[in-house]
Design a binder for this molecule. Structure first.
Ligand code: SF4
Length: 166
């Protein structure tokens, strides 16, 4: 079979792109940061330079709240001590823990050593989260998934720290 030069060039380009992707590091990332409308209010929060990240990483999206079995949209939740509670009083501690475990399984499966997670979320937040009073007050602390991943050696970054990754 005879290929035109253009077909050959595109063939080689595709192979090089695949090789490049295989060699790139995998990065776990909160799905809502990629523009996926999985937040509690049914919206996304695309606020990171996805193209810059894609040049350096294979992006592995995760939404721990959805993987934990919660619907979208959903009643917002906040951490209250060891528990995670919805604003209507529903105890969703187990859902949050299940989502955290699945996020970690994804890290193992895809060999992600780093994660870029959405700040202030009761799942994904790192460093600051809402204080459990549903009054919009922040406190020191981590979301359930961020905490679970960090305890297992995954380096977690919030979206305001993206320069450390690109
Ligand atoms: S759980 Fe994480 S990924 Fe899912 S919507 Fe909340 S912040 Fe985004």
């Amino acid at each position: 079979m005879i290929f035109s030069l253009d077909v050959q060039k595109s063939f080689v380009k595709n192979i090089r792109e695949k090789e490049r992707r295989i060699l790139m590091e995998n990065l776990l990332i909160s799905a809502c940061l990629l523009g996926i409308a999985c937040r509690y209010d049914g919206k996304s929060v695309k606020s990171v330079d996805v193209e810059a990240l894609r040049k350096k990483y294979n992006l592995i999206p995760v939404c721990p709240e959805i993987y934990g079995g919660l619907p979208t949209p959903r009643v917002p939740s906040e951490r209250q001590g060891e528990k995670t509670m919805m604003k209507d009083g529903t105890d969703v501690t187990e859902n949050y823990l299940r989502g955290a475990k699945i996020a970690y399984e994804l890290c193992l499966e895809f060999d992600c050593k780093k994660a870029l997670l959405k700040e202030r979320s009761p799942s994904c937040g790192k460093g600051k989260i809402y204080d459990g009073s549903f009054s919009g007050t922040l406190t020191d602390g981590n979301g359930v998934t961020a905490e679970y991943l960090m305890a297992r050696g995954i380096e977690v970054f919030g979206e305001s720290e993206i320069e450390k990754l690109i």
